[in-house]
Design a protein around this ligand. Structure first.
Ligand code: ZN
Length: 330
């Protein structure tokens, strides 16, 4: 019979768990909802009655910006608290990539992210049997917080890549809104689903992690477990692959701050070692896999004043008259 832990042990475990969860939340990529379907005819958000009111959530302002800020490209702030000047769109079709959920208008990033994705996508057919990648959410045209989905993706350096190969045909608008990715995680969440996970998944994630531009990659803990078991040869890239909640249908690539950008705040470096240790086992502990729901008071949404000061300029710099709206159709 299992030993019943003493109440003080339970309390200590709960305390450790809540501290760990709090630390994770600080640097978290947030929930990435690649599976939410979109519409081929998205309705624009209604204008705000008082956009200048100090209490307006920043996500309501940045969520309404349809075009990039016509400024020199720059990331401002932190992945989960910032914005993007001079955002660039990833073309919806490329040699080895296609962008999904065009209705979300989240295929924007810092030019460094666009260059990374284009190069990475082109390498994918050489390192795997995939013809290319499907790209999910990146950032909004001016970055910033989003009305739905992510806590991060705010400064144009994060991108979600679906864990399925790009089909060999060009997807229609409808397919891009309705198609779903596939979870590679087994239903008990303790490991990958061997019927879905393939060596190609490992090869594609490895190719991304080996890029010197990539700061870290978020995957489900079950995926990290499989990678720990299956990676052969050089394992130095493994530390960049970090376990996180969700991330079973897609992986999340985060680039480091571009060189010379003083307003961009880097995340702590990844620890040394491959991460295939007790820190990984923690993700499979009962309290983490099956957290007991507890009532939490929702935090008030971040306002413009709580973002770096330069984000005000990013939000308010007008597009020149007659500048085109982003092209959504194929
Ligand atoms: Zn993400």
């Amino acid at each position: 019979m299992a030993k019943t832990p003493a109440p003080n042990e339970v309390r200590a475990f709960r305390r450790r768990l809540s501290i760990a969860l709090f630390m994770l939340a600080l640097a978290s990529p947030g929930v990435c909802q690649a599976q939410e379907k979109g519409s081929v005819d998205p309705k624009p958000l209604p204008p705000l009655a008082h956009p200048d009111a100090p209490t307006v959530p920043a996500k309501e302002l940045f969520g309404r910006a349809r075009t990039p800020a016509p400024l020199a490209a720059r990331t401002i702030g932190f992945y989960s608290r910032g914005c993007l000047a001079g955002g660039q769109a990833l073309p919806v079709n490329g040699q080895a990539w296609q962008v999904m959920r065009l209705s979300r208008n989240r295929n924007w990033g810092h030019p460094a992210l666009i260059a990374f994705l284009e190069n990475f996508a082109r390498r994918v057919p050489y390192v795997s049997h995939w013809p290319g990648i499907l790209v999910g959410d990146m950032s909004q045209p001016r970055g910033g917080p989003m009305i739905t989905g992510h806590a991060s993706h705010q400064i144009g350096l994060d991108a979600d890549i679906w864990l399925v190969p790009m089909p060999s045909h060009e997807l229609t608008r409808t397919e891009r809104e309705n198609m779903s990715s596939t979870s590679v995680v087994r239903s008990d969440r303790l490991d990958i689903d061997p019927a879905v996970w393939t060596p190609d998944h490992l090869a594609v994630i490895k190719e991304a992690a080996r890029s010197p531009d990539v700061q870290r990659i978020f995957v489900n803990a079950a995926i990290k477990k499989a990678i720990c078991r299956q990676a052969t040869g050089d394992r130095s890239w493994l530390t960049k692959v970090r376990p996180y909640f969700g991330h079973d249908y897609h992986f999340h690539v985060r680039l480091a701050c571009p060189a010379g950008e003083a307003a961009c705040r880097d995340q702590d470096p990844v620890p040394s070692g491959d991460g295939c240790d007790a820190s990984l086992a923690w993700w499979f502990s009962d309290g983490v896999l099956h957290p007991r729901p507890k009532p939490t008071k929702p935090k008030p949404p971040v306002t413009l004043a709580q973002l770096p000061t330069e984000c005000r300029m990013v939000l308010h710099t007008q597009q020149a008259a007659g500048a085109a709206e982003p092209v959504q159709a194929q």
